[in-house]
Each structure stands twice: as structure tokens, then as C-alpha cells.
Ligand binder design. Structure first.
Ligand SMILES: *[C@@H]1O[C@H](CO)[C@@H](O)[C@H](O)[C@H]1NC(C)=O
Ligand SMILES: *[C@@H]1O[C@H](CO)[C@@H](O)[C@H](O)[C@H]1NC(C)=O
Ligand SMILES: *[C@@H]1O[C@H](CO)[C@@H](O)[C@H](O)[C@H]1NC(C)=O
Ligand SMILES: *[C@@H]1O[C@H](CO)[C@@H](O)[C@H](O)[C@H]1NC(C)=O
Ligand SMILES: *[C@@H]1O[C@H](CO)[C@@H](O)[C@H](O)[C@H]1NC(C)=O
Ligand SMILES: *[C@@H]1O[C@H](CO)[C@@H](O)[C@H](O)[C@H]1NC(C)=O
Ligand SMILES: *[C@@H]1O[C@H](CO)[C@@H](O)[C@H](O)[C@H]1NC(C)=O
Ligand SMILES: CC(=O)N[C@H]1CO[C@H](CO)[C@@H](O)[C@@H]1O
Length: 370
């Protein structure tokens, strides 16, 4: 009796050790980037040697079956994504990203609310990942926005971890990586994320440390869209990272988001062009967003003035009444250096297709070093 109890304890410890070593054998850094088909950027042009992980975005949640699906128009690119990017970098890891800002969060909420619908999501996600040779899965539920959602999000993550561990045990395949893209801080306004479940079940989280200011929701003044620091009101990358760490998530489970895009405001007065200068909404009719490559084109075509502000860690440029806040190489370098010094797992970019001849990707890659 005592003997068999000791034996089962030993077996348990052994299983636990194997389970843990799956985590520990993982890479020690993420130099990540998202790609999505709407960017118009061909997968085969991604310089995968500048990344350790690439996210293919987005797979969808079927609102009737609660299974994860890939739309037929995306299937040709998604199904060959891993094979294509590995031609440039055989060791790059790929993750199939599910959801995104354009998906309907109430459908995720409904999926996460029941054990059977969570199982549909989980089982179909694993099956898709294996069918198309992804190394992992990434959940971008933007955002769980009730207390119940947050609880169910935690349950979903725990069950997802059990399922990928089981799948790897029964097939002998390497365990799928599991990550999630999350709000900039550990609370979504007043709702706390389920830290314990995130910590136990995800390999890491991608902190979306951008979109703090933009001309659609902050029209009357120019502003740094994704500052690392922001002394007056604490909406910043640093404040977000600190909140995650203070809430109990290990720093080495956090990847810092880098926007490879900015926002263009229309200045009221071409001669008043600093941060928090009077403005009148977007300069381009839409939400004002512009990819880094487009911003560099704007600068060269208009001879725009460029300014790096080290207080915020943000760049801006202006020409006439067009004013664009964005991250150039100095901001990216400073943010990645910060991430390394804080002991984070790494960084990720939204999105690789917006770069300009890989200038930001290369800066980030080299700023981290090896
Ligand atoms: C890809 O990045 C590598 C490493 O920085 C660089 O040597 C190479 O020139 C880049 N390739 C392209 C096509 O830009
Ligand atoms: C999201 O889904 C819910 C529930 O199905 C629906 O009521 C709502 O209209 C949808 N919202 C959008 C923006 O599609
Ligand atoms: C969410 O689900 C509803 C049906 O329940 C559907 O009409 C809607 O299109 C879904 N939203 C998205 C963005 O998929
Ligand atoms: C465990 O994984 C195997 C192989 O993928 C699968 O057939 C089985 O249904 C899984 N068990 C559970 C409880 O998910
Ligand atoms: C921006 O200014 C307009 C005009 O003065 C005002 O109506 C609006 O409320 C302001 N918007 C914000 C978000 O402060
Ligand atoms: C950054 O911009 C703010 C707001 O305009 C200004 O107060 C600060 O002096 C600037 N920092 C640097 C280093 O120029
Ligand atoms: C701001 O832009 C709107 C049109 O988008 C215009 O009607 C309005 O007069 C502008 N406001 C100022 C203060 O220039
Ligand atoms: C993606 C992957 O590694 N797939 C392998 C999973 O395991 C089965 C059977 O053990 C292999 O046939 C697959 O190639």
C-alpha cells in the first residue's frame, strides 16, 4: 500500500517533470511578428530570418459550431504559411492566430461560456494547427469584457493546456505553443485578467502596447500613439508592463507589442506641431493609420520634419498641416532594449508587412542581440 503510493508519487513527479520540461525546453526569446492577408504583403516576401516566431492572422470562430475555421479565401496562404516562411528560416516557429480586432467578441464570450463549446473550439484549433503544420495557437479575443468572460477565459486556457498536453502525449508530437494577445494592462479597464490561469496555461502573452491615442478617439490634439513612457496620465507601454508584472505574471511570460504603423492627425495650425498640438481629427479621412513604409514615403516625398522624443519614446513628423505620430528606429531600439532589461520574453510587431525594407525588424532584432 505504502509502496504503491510511493510509486504513484514517483510517477506523478516524473509526469510533472516531463510536463514542466516542455515549458522549459521552449525558446528563451520571442522576436515575433504578425502577418495578415489584408496587408497585401506576400508571405513569400517575409524576411523570416529576422523573427523567431511568426503569427498567421486570423483564423475565425464559427458562431454556430464554435469551431475554429479558416476562410476559403485565406486557406491557400494559411495552409502553406509555415512551409513558405521556413524557406527563409528553417527554425522559425509559426502560430495560427484566432480572432483579432475585427472579430465579434460576443461570439467568443458565448463559446467560452460552456464546456461543450469550449471543447469544439479547442479540438478544432488543435486539428487545424496540425493539419497545416503550425507550431502553436494564439488567441486574440478582443476583449473579454465582463467578469464572467474573464472567468471563462481562464477555464478555456486551462482546458486548452490540458488538451495540447494530451495531444502531444498521445501522438508523440512536440507540444503546441499556446499564446494570447492581451490588452496593454493586466486589467481591461476594471476587469482583471485571470492571471493564475494565464500563468499556468499559456507559454506567454503578447501585450498590445499600442493604439493608446489615435485621431478617431482623440481628435482634438496630436499625441504619441504608443509611448513607452507617459508621465502625466500613465497610459504607456511601461505602465502596462508594470501592471502585468505587479499582478503576478512572470516578466519572462510577456512580449511587448511594437506598432509598425502610426496615426496621422490634421493640425489646426501648421506652425504649432509638437505633441498635444491642436488638431482636427484624422488627416486621411479614415482612422488615420499609416504603415511605417507609407510614413517613410510621406517623409521623403514631402521633405517632412522628423522628431524623436525620448521623454515619451515616440517619433513624429509633419509637413504642412499633416502630423504623424509613429515609432521609428530610435523608438523601436529603445523599446526593445527596455524589454530586454526588464527580463521580458521578447517583443512582437503588428505587422510585418508594414515595415520599410525591414528597417524596424532589423533594428529590433539587433537591439535584443542574442
Ligand atoms: C533579411 O534579413 C537579413 C538579416 O538582417 C539580411 O541579411 C537580408 O539582407 C534580409 N533580406 C532581405 C531580402 O531584405
Ligand atoms: C456580434 O454578435 C452578436 C451575437 O451574435 C450580435 O448580436 C451582434 O450584432 C454582433 N455584432 C456585430 C458588430 O456583428
Ligand atoms: C457573431 O455571430 C453572429 C451570429 O451569432 C453573426 O451574425 C455575426 O456575424 C458574428 N460576428 C462575427 C464578426 O463573426
Ligand atoms: C487526447 O488526444 C488524442 C489524440 O490527439 C485524442 O484522440 C483524444 O480524444 C484526446 N483526449 C482528450 C480527453 O482530449
Ligand atoms: C473635440 O472638439 C470638438 C469641438 O470643440 C468637441 O465638440 C469635442 O467634444 C471634442 N472631442 C473630444 C474627444 O474632446
Ligand atoms: C517631449 O515632448 C514633450 C511634450 O511636448 C516635451 O515637454 C518634452 O520636453 C519633450 N522631450 C524631449 C526630450 O524633447
Ligand atoms: C474640422 O473638420 C471638419 C470637417 O471634417 C470641419 O467641418 C471643421 O470646420 C473643422 N474644424 C476646424 C476648427 O477647423
Ligand atoms: C506536426 C507533426 O509533428 N506531426 C506528426 C505528429 O505525429 C504523427 C504520428 O506520430 C506524425 O505522423 C506527424 O508527422
Amino acid at each position: 500500500m505504502a509502496h504503491s503510493r510511493r510509486l504513484s508519487l514517483l510517477l506523478f513527479s516524473l509526469c510533472f517533470f516531463i510536463f514542466q520540461s516542455h515549458f522549459l525546453s521552449a525558446q528563451t526569446v520571442i522576436k515575433g511578428g504578425y502577418w495578415f492577408p489584408g496587408s497585401g504583403f506576400p508571405v513569400s516576401n517575409i524576411n523570416a530570418s529576422l523573427f523567431t516566431h511568426l503569427f498567421c492572422a486570423f483564423a475565425d470562430l464559427d458562431p454556430n459550431t464554435y469551431q475554429v475555421t479558416i476562410s476559403s479565401s485565406n486557406l491557400p496562404q494559411f495552409s502553406t504559411f509555415t512551409q513558405t516562411v521556413q524557406q527563409n528560416n528553417p527554425s522559425v516557429k509559426t502560430l495560427l492566430s484566432i480572432g483579432g480586432g475585427g472579430s465579434n467578441s460576443s461570439n467568443f464570450s458565448a463559446m467560452a461560456a460552456q464546456p461543450t463549446t469550449r471543447k469544439s473550439f479547442i479540438d478544432s484549433s488543435i486539428q487545424l494547427a496540425r493539419s497545416y503544420n503550425f507550431h502553436g495557437l494564439d488567441l486574440d479575443w478582443e476583449y473579454p469584457d465582463t467578469r464572467t468572460d474573464m472567468t471563462n477565459f481562464g477555464l478555456l486556457l486551462n482546458e486548452w493546456r490540458v488538451a495540447v498536453a494530451n495531444e502531444s502525449r498521445t501522438t508523440g508530437n512536440t507540444t503546441l505553443l499556446l499564446s494570447a494577445a492581451v490588452f496593454r494592462s493586466s486589467d481591461y479597464y476594471t476587469l482583471d485578467y485571470p492571471i493564475q490561469q494565464i500563468s499556468n496555461s499559456l507559454d506567454w502573452v503578447n501585450i498590445m502596447a499600442y493604439d493608446f491615442y489615435g485621431p478617431l478617439w482623440f481628435p482634438n490634439l496630436t499625441a504619441p500613439p504608443a509611448p513607452l513612457y507617459n508621465p502625466p496620465d500613465q497610459v504607456s507601454g511601461d505602465a502596462g508592463v508594470s501592471s502585468w508584472i505587479q499582478s503576478g505574471l512572470a516578466a519572462n511570460k510577456l512580449a511587448l507589442g511594437l506598432p509598425f504603423y502610426g496615426y496621422a492627425w490634421r493640425l489646426l495650425d501648421a506652425n504649432n506641431h509638437g505633441f498635444f498640438a491642436p488638431a482636427n481629427g484624422s488627416a486621411n479621412g479614415g482612422d488615420g493609420s499609416m504603415g511605417y513604409g507609407q510614413i517613410r514615403n510621406f517623409i521623403s516625398q514631402n521633405g517632412a520634419q522628423t522628431v524623436y522624443n525620448s521623454t515619451y519614446v515616440s517619433d513624429y513628423c509633419y509637413s504642412g498641416t499633416t502630423w504623424i505620430g509613429y515609432d521609428d528606429t530610435q523608438s523601436v531600439f529603445t523599446k526593445v532594449t527596455y524589454a530586454k532589461q526588464k527580463g521580458l520574453f521578447g517583443y512582437f510587431a503588428w505587422h510585418v508587412g508594414a515595415d520599410n525594407n525591414w528597417a524596424l525588424s532589423q533594428t529590433a532584432f539587433q537591439a535584443w542581440g542574442s
